[in-house]
Design a protein around this ligand. Structure first.
Ligand code: NI
Length: 211
């Protein structure tokens, strides 16, 4: 039961993003900004009309540079979030980890990835502690702010810092879709936030059979 509020919060946050974004867009007066709005990112993903995914080069929790090509031959299960996330990210990563456990030996064909949307705080060392608390095969990826932004936008993930009361403290609003990337590196689709581990396992199993 303790998990439910977190999942609810996520949908609420997503709704807020959808409804709040047009106002924010009107307020934004910088003509040079080529960054897509939250609405554009989400609508493109949900409608299936926009391209999703593509090449990336980031740094893993051991400090090694990794590219999307490193994961060819595996079904990649990708989640964007941040280690300081109070409830939603841990819940989703726990669900993904349980789903992998339920797949048994078939999980060897799956590579779970966690890409931070908070690269300034999520160093490789911090990611190492975080990912190992969920699943031994979970790889955490961070990078420069520009690298993370480019990768998140490519996957049509929206994120934005929100200042908290304490000076220097902040949270990061972000969308929480789970992306499936085929063994050939091509984007296959997304899973909505808040799915139970069994549902995630079913989706992965189906995808593995199609691949
Ligand atoms: Ni989160």
């Amino acid at each position: 039961m303790a998990r439910r509020p977190g999942v609810g919060c996520l949908w609420l946050a997503l709704s807020c993003v959808l409804f709040a974004a047009p106002v924010a867009a009107n307020e934004a007066t910088e003509p040079s900004s080529a960054e897509p709005s939250a609405t554009e990112l989400i609508e493109g993903l949900l409608s299936g009309r926009a391209p999703v995914g593509g090449p990336f080069e980031l740094t893993d929790q051991t400090g090694h540079r990794r590219t999307d090509a490193d994961f060819r031959g595996k079904l990649v299960v990708l989640y964007f979030g941040y280690t300081y996330c109070p409830d939603v990210c841990p819940t989703e990563l726990q669900s993904i980890s349980l789903a992998l456990d339920r797949l048994g030996a078939a999980a060897q064909a799956v590579q779970p990835l966690f890409i931070t949307v908070d690269p300034e705080r999520d160093t490789p060392a911090r990611l190492a502690d975080f990912v190992s608390s969920f699943h031994p095969r979970l790889i955490g990826l961070t990078g420069s702010v520009a690298e993370i932004r480019k990768t998140a936008i490519a996957y049509r993930t929206f994120f934005a810092k929100q200042s908290n009361a304490a000076p220097g403290d902040y949270s990061v609003d972000h969308t929480g879709f789970i992306y499936l990337i085929g063994k050939d590196g091509q984007y296959q689709g997304f899973l909505p936030p808040g799915l139970a581990p069994d549902a995630i396992a079913d989706a992965i199993r189906t995808r593995l059979q199609l691949d």
